[in-house]
Design a protein around this ligand. Structure first.
Ligand code: PLP
Length: 378
């Protein structure tokens, strides 16, 4: 290793690496974005704070309780319990772990739709639980009949997705809630993306704690919550669920913890608190509104080219039926656009995050048109 000791030289190396990261202005494939400036400021104040040791970091602990109560308020349960995690993956693993510990079956299984995020594959693997995939209907929402057929005595949880990763679709959570109550099964809602979108849509979707069957929800401040990476949130209806994760922590300032990681970022908590306070729900509503406006501009631009969405977008996730998909996809990447593809049905996937402006869309549509023309001619 070269021994470079001058601060400026080291920082230049860091900056050089940073310059290789693609700026979000070219990114349509990520569900993350630039954190809000106030989140960055709050984050920087808490860099050494460990939320995993709440007896020492008492202020951090206070902020975390406030953040959970604020997000709980948004999701119709101000007294929800929970904690700030590293993101949707951790929250999903923890939710299913809770359900497993609650039900205690010899060969447990849980049910997610074919549209489930790959974090559930990790969940199944880590926890040693079988993952059963429910079919989806034509509109790519989970089929409740398929869920009912998959339930057996060893089913410990059903997952409903409020904002699927690939299509931004919302499962019929009301129906899942009824099924969960009738069968006495834990219902986890994966709102990692949609949790900070659906409450601000003009159309009302029931997906959260206002439905009695919903036991827990994951929602990510580092996605549409405008906070820093890593910030996830796991909320539960009742403390008794979290209790199922409790492990004693003999040498820490607290007696026990129910989080997955031990040492945890207090900076994520402070950043999330700051941005929620600063924007308020009206601020989030206008961010969502603007993302939807940008989404519609793309939809219209694509319709002019005879390209249609797979489903009418419910939120700022758009999947488009594009001819010569692989070729167009590769051309777009060559032109410097980060786009992605869905699994089934195959489509071009665009996530229209708050960093996407009309000017960016203009440039993108111009390149898309050329990519389409060039690949259709060949
Ligand atoms: N759940 C959904 C619906 C997602 O879209 C994602 C990520 O895109 C996750 C879970 C996983 O979140 P993370 O990458 O923050 O772990």
């Amino acid at each position: 290793m070269d021994n470079i000791t001058k601060e400026e030289d080291i920082l230049n190396l860091v900056r050089e690496a940073k310059s290789e990261d693609i700026p979000y202005e070219r990114v349509f494939s990520s569900m993350c974005t630039y954190p809000h400036p106030i989140a960055v400021k709050a984050h920087n104040l808490f860099l050494s704070s460990n939320a995993g040791d709440p007896g020492i970091f008492k202020g951090t602990n206070k902020l975390e309780k406030k953040v959970i109560s604020m997000i709980g308020d948004l999701l119709h349960k101000r007294d929800a319990c929970g904690y700030i995690s590293t993101g949707g993956t951790e929250s999903n693993i923890q939710a299913i772990r809770m359900a497993r510990n609650l039900k205690q079956r010899k060969k447990p299984n849980f049910i997610v739709s074919e549209m489930g995020h790959f974090s559930f594959e990790k969940t199944a693997d880590i926890l040693g639980i079988k993952l059963k995939k429910a079919e989806v209907r034509d509109d790519l929402t989970i089929d409740p009949d398929s869920v009912e057929r998959l339930i057996d005595d060893d089913t410990i949880a059903i997952v409903g997705i409020a904002g699927t990763t690939e299509f931004g679709q919302i499962d019929p959570i009301e129906e899942l809630s009824k099924i969960a109550l009738e069968n006495d099964i834990f219902l986890h809602i994966d709102g990692a993306f949609g949790g900070f979108v659906i409450p601000f849509l003009d159309e009302k979707y029931m997906f959260d704690f206002e439905l009695d069957g919903v036991s827990s929800i994951s929602v990510d401040p580092h996605k549409m919550g405008m906070s820093v990476i890593p910030s996830g949130a796991l909320l539960t209806r009742d403390k008794k669920y979290l209790k199922r994760l409790e492990i004693s922590t003999p040498y820490l300032s607290s007696k026990s913890q129910f989080t997955l990681t031990g040492t945890r970022s207090g900076a994520s908590i402070a950043a999330t608190y700051a941005v929620l306070m600063y924007l308020g729900w009206d601020g989030f509503k206008s961010i969502v509104k603007s993302c939807l406006r940008m989404t519609n501009i793309i939809v219209e631009g694509m319709r002019d080219l005879d390209i249609n969405p797979v489903i009418d977008p419910k939120m700022n996730v758009l999947a488009l039926n594009v001819p010569k998909l692989c070729k167009v996809f590769n051309t777009l990447w060559k032109k410097g656009w980060c786009v992605s593809k869905t699994r089934k049905p195959k489509a071009l996937r665009l996530v229209i995050m708050p960093h996407i402006t009309e000017d960016i869309i203009d440039d993108f549509l111009k390149d898309f048109k050329r990519a389409l023309r060039d690949n259709l001619i060949r």
